[in-house]
Design a protein around this ligand. Structure first.
Ligand code: GRG
Length: 285
């Protein structure tokens, strides 16, 4: 996946001479990370009988969007974080203005990749359009950006679990769900299979953010590559804060079970997705 992302950057981002902007984009995409969204996208494509190559443009685009969201999330106006993946955050390395622009440019590059990436010519235009539409919705004001807005709004308030759950479904869950939906669409999933994959994505998307919250309470900063305890300091509305640590763990385990149940109709081809779901809930970083 790292090689594919590098190639996507080379092809779609670095067509002019190197600039600070491009350096900042590369810094953010090539600084590691779990690559979970692109891996989920490819796994969903393969689970419905598609080939990796069919999902590759969308997979890279999803990672570009994820990288943009992390750059903006770390800014002083948002979470004001200094470290990401064990390295200085983009604005710490390049300054705030360059970081804002690198995020903007990655978001735009993602849609260019979706519309005209190296494999675009091999995909049915109706499917391409459906994928672009679903990723745009998941990333935008009805998805991730809305979730971030709710996150900011709920800061310091006595939030209800329903509010926190909605915020997490949008802030983190929407892009994860879109990753598997896009992969399944590109792989040629039937409508009932797409429904199962979509429900699977909704469950693991929420579980992912709940585990992120739990790791912010009791994770190992060295393994995480960032400090822990920031949610409590910033009085963030998180699942452990609202449900309690133990109940949040039990809830996330229940989401894993629901996610796995959605894969039953797929049979053995669903196993890689099941493994990824387990990783999401059992991870330490
Ligand atoms: C337009 C200002 C502006 C904001 C855009 C920033 C933003 C909207 C949304 C933020 C969404 C966000 C950062 C959610 C957190 C999701 C999350 C838990 C990220 C960590 O994901 P991992 O663990 O990261 O997959 P790695 O490092 O593995 O890639």
């Amino acid at each position: 996946m790292d090689a594919a992302l590098k190639q996507a950057l080379d092809t779609w981002v670095d067509r002019s001479s190197p600039t600070l902007l491009i350096e900042a984009m590369r810094y953010s995409v090539e600084s590691g990370g779990k690559r979970l969204r692109p891996i989920l996208c490819v796994a969903a494509c393969e689970a419905v009988g598609g080939k990796e190559v069919q999902a590759m443009d969308a997979a890279c685009a999803l990672e570009f969007i994820h990288a943009y969201s992390l750059i903006h999330d770390d800014l002083p106006a948002m979470d004001n974080d200094d470290l990401r993946r064990g390295k200085p955050t983009c604005h710490k390395a390049f300054g705030e203005a360059v970081a804002v622009l690198a995020g903007d440019a990655l978001l735009t590059a993602a849609f260019e990749l979706l519309a005209a990436g190296p494999h675009a010519g091999d995909i049915d235009p109706a499917i391409s359009l459906a994928v672009i539409r679903l990723i745009a919705k998941a990333a935008g004001a009805l998805g991730m950006v809305q979730g971030q807005m709710l996150d900011i709004t709920l800061e310091g308030l006595e939030a209800h679990w329903e509010q926190v759950q909605r915020m997490q479904q949008l802030k983190t869950g929407a892009l994860i769900r879109a990753s598997v939906e896009a992969g399944a669409l590109l792989g040629g999933a039937s409508s009932p299979t797409l429904d199962c994959i979509s429900a699977f994505g909704a469950n693991i998307g929420l579980a992912f953010q709940m585990i992120d919250d739990i790791l912010n309470v009791e994770g190992n900063p060295e393994i995480l590559g960032k400090p822990v305890g920031s949610d409590e300091t910033m009085r963030k509305a998180t699942s452990p804060a609202v449900l309690g640590l133990q109940a949040a763990k039990v809830y996330a385990a229940g989401l894993l079970e629901s996610a796995l149940a959605q894969l039953v109709p797929l049979g053995t081809v669903g196993r890689p997705l099941a493994g990824l779901a387990r990783f999401i809930v059992e991870r330490k970083n």
